[in-house]
Design a protein around this ligand. Structure first.
Ligand code: AMP
Length: 286
């Protein structure tokens, strides 16, 4: 059975739906997505459901967060399938605006989250986090959601959004949701469909390497030595290229030389034309 999901495509209709729930005293969770949904996205909906009686998912492949040579055009799109998955996961409403609704003529404002957006993926994807921060700011203000859920899979994005929400006094509570993985550790991603079987076999080495690094750092090994070994392991694992492998302060994402506060290990690698990112927590052991 294909479940159908009420769908709105304008800010006005979104506000009317959410306004009615708020008037009835119901809190509303927002799950922003670009579609091509998988279990990772559905985990966000389920967490939203656990926190609020109403869940709205947005589906918008945001052109401003893709670089000129990135996969905006070929990004997988299937709204009917996505809507059925969302309905099955307990979502109440789909918000699927078109580009003209999101960026009307003469649109000119961008949100810049500062230094946190300049680290890790920043230099490799110029303009990406400005695109993300701007569209998420709009989604939070358009929906007036009480809670918004984001995956730790995109940890830098999550921390950028937390920075923006704090700095701009956006009232939504920003909730991070743990990364959903395949059984071999590969983080679920809409882009995994691009991988050939050979590339798919190499892909789990990213998470394996991050896990081994976290184990050693938490065991007391020196961060710089572990980072160098991690890079060597990744280099030998069969990836086409490595953008970065960083041990960072979990909040600011600035380099972390010693594990004297919560950290995060973040990496980005290429398999052919597909870019994979992943990250893992690393915490001081008492
Ligand atoms: P996207 O559609 O790729 O923009 O992702 C929409 C949301 O789903 C973002 O908050 C992502 O961090 C989150 N997400 C994507 N993949 C996963 C995953 N494997 N586990 C948890 N959340 C994820």
């Amino acid at each position: 059975m294909i479940l159908s999901l009420p769908t709105v495509r304008t800010v006005r209709d979104l506000r009317a739906a959410v306004g009615a729930w708020h008037a009835a005293g119901e809190r509303v969770a927002l799950v922003p997505t670009m579609g091509a949904l998988h279990r990772g996205h559905l985990a966000l909906v389920e967490r939203g459901r656990a926190l609020c009686p109403r869940v709205v998912a947005s589906l918008f492949v945001n052109p401003t967060q893709f670089g000129p040579n990135e996969d905006f055009v070929r990004y997988p799109r299937d709204e009917v399938r996505d809507a059925a998955l969302l309905a099955g996961a307990g979502c109440d409403l789909l918000y699927a605006p078109d580009v003209a609704e999101m960026y009307p003529e003469r649109f000119a404002t961008t949100v810049d989250a500062g230094p946190i957006a300049e680290r890790q993926c920043g230099p490799f994807r110029p303009g990406h986090f400005a695109g993300v921060a701007t569209v998420v700011t709009k989604l939070l203000l358009q929906s007036a959601a009480d809670v918004a859920l984001f995956g730790e899979k995109d940890f830098q994005q999550l921390q950028v959004i937390r920075r923006v929400a704090r700095d701009l006094d956006i009232p939504a509570v920003i909730e991070g949701v743990p990364t959903v993985r395949e059984s071999d550790g590969l983080a679920l991603s809409s882009r995994n469909v691009y991988l050939t079987p050979e590339q798919r076999a190499v892909a789990p080495a990213l998470y394996r390497t991050l896990t081994e690094m976290a184990r050693r750092i938490e065991g007391g090994s020196e961060v710089a030595a572990v980072a160098a070994d991690g890079l060597a392991t990744l280099s030998g694992a069969g990836f086409t290229a490595i953008d970065y492998l960083d041990v960072a302060d979990a909040e600011t994402l600035a380099p972390l030389a010693r594990l004297d506060r919560p950290g995060r290990i973040l990496g980005a690698v290429w398999l052919g034309k597909t870019r994979l990112i992943d990250n893992i927590t690393v915490v001081p052991v008492r």
